[in-house]
Design a protein around this ligand. Structure first.
Ligand SMILES: *[C@@H]1O[C@H](CO)[C@@H](O)[C@H](O)[C@H]1NC(C)=O
Ligand SMILES: *[C@@H]1O[C@H](CO)[C@@H](O)[C@H](O)[C@H]1NC(C)=O
Ligand SMILES: *[C@@H]1O[C@H](CO)[C@@H](O)[C@H](O)[C@H]1NC(C)=O
Ligand SMILES: *[C@@H]1O[C@H](CO)[C@@H](O)[C@H](O)[C@H]1NC(C)=O
Length: 300
């Protein structure tokens, strides 16, 4: 239903949009197996887009992930192999099948000519995670002044969720069996990483759930802190208006400027460990791009 609604939005707005906004390094990050740490075939891909396709990347972890009681050692970047796919403008890191592949990773891209840089983030959970985000979204974005509602569901028999806020080492230790927490705007900060462990399970295996929070520097629909006088363009397909530039930050697979064009998808080949991505045509009238073939599946 949501796809159909989006498709009708696309039909009425695709004509005449304007590229609005400031500068950034244009990139996205794709994690074909986001729940695969501990299994073979886990990879991270940084995908450059125009005008930054010729510039380099580095992979890394943004901070030390230190969950009390859990295995330490998630501080380095696990050894793996790297490969470039020039057709897709992607650099892929294949991670070893260890618990070290659990956690938060980033791609950092920098254009040496414009000197613009940016970081994009991806979370990889253990294949034996006890909890996962209830809506499947490991990154949640809220606007300045909004309260945050965060929710997980059980996976692999997880039963007693205990929430931790990893950023700045502050811990939230709430009632067991609390699958959803609500925090006021004052209690959250941009970049907070929430970690959910199972009170009744061993903690040394890194089988925790994770949700990363982005708090925009402006209220909904505005950009350019501190004044926030910029008016955001509409971002489709789950895109979010960048508070610094006014650009749409598109989910993996959709491209700027408005996240309308193309859907970059993980084909079935990804399951066997290779990065293989196809760009879908835009499908109208409620059509949906087939993730196996790239064709539009049209409604009757
Ligand atoms: C990566 O490999 C190097 C050299 O073999 C080793 O010293 C290091 O501990 C490895 N790092 C990880 C995170 O496995
Ligand atoms: C990769 O870069 C080329 C330009 O060299 C561009 O035409 C093409 O659309 C890019 N591919 C993707 C998947 O972004
Ligand atoms: C956020 O939560 C607080 C406390 O529950 C409430 O008083 C406030 O109205 C909420 N703010 C918004 C914007 O929903
Ligand atoms: C979940 O619990 C059931 C019943 O106790 C058990 O058979 C199964 O192996 C458990 N699964 C996991 C992933 O721990």
């Amino acid at each position: 239903m949501q796809l159909m609604a989006l498709a009708s939005l696309i039909l009425v707005t695709v004509v005449g949009f304007q590229y609005v906004g400031g500068d950034t390094f244009h990139q996205t990050m794709v994690t074909p197996v986001p729940y695969g740490a501990g299994l073979p075939g886990v990879s991270l891909s940084c995908i450059r887009s125009i005008p930054d396709i010729y510039f380099g990347y580095s992979f890394g972890r943004p901070f030390t992930l230190n969950v009390p009681g859990s295995a330490s050692g998630l501080t380095g970047f696990p050894n793996g192999t790297i490969s470039d796919n020039t057709v897709q403008n992607a650099t892929t890191w294949y991670l070893p099948p260890t618990v070290d592949a659990t956690g938060l990773f980033h791609c950092r891209g920098r254009n040496p000519v414009t000197r613009l840089s940016s970081e994009v983030y991806s979370i990889i959970h253990s294949h034996l995670r006890k909890f996962e985000p209830a809506d499947g979204q490991v990154t949640k974005t809220i606007n300045k002044g909004e309260n945050a509602t965060l929710a997980v569901i059980s996976a692999n028999n997880g039963s007693s969720p205990v929430w931790h806020r990893n950023n700045e080492g502050i811990l939230l230790d709430l009632d067991p069996t609390r699958y959803e927490i609500q925090l006021t705007a004052d209690e959250v900060a941009d970049g907070d990483l929430f970690v959910v462990t199972d009170r009744d399970a061993p903690l040394d295996d890194n089988h925790f759930g994770m949700i990363r929070l982005i708090v925009r520097g402006c209220v909904a629909g505005k950009w350019g802190p501190p004044d926030c006088k910029g008016v955001c363009d509409l971002c489709y397909n789950g895109g979010v208006c960048d508070d610094e530039t006014g650009d749409c930050i598109c989910p993996p697979g959709f491209s700027e400027p408005n996240c309308l064009t193309g859907k970059l998808i993980a084909w079935s080949a990804c399951l066997s460990g290779g990065l293989s991505v196809g760009v879908c045509d835009v499908c109208y009238n409620g059509g949906v791009c087939d993730d196996e073939t790239g064709d539009c599946i049209c409604p009757p």
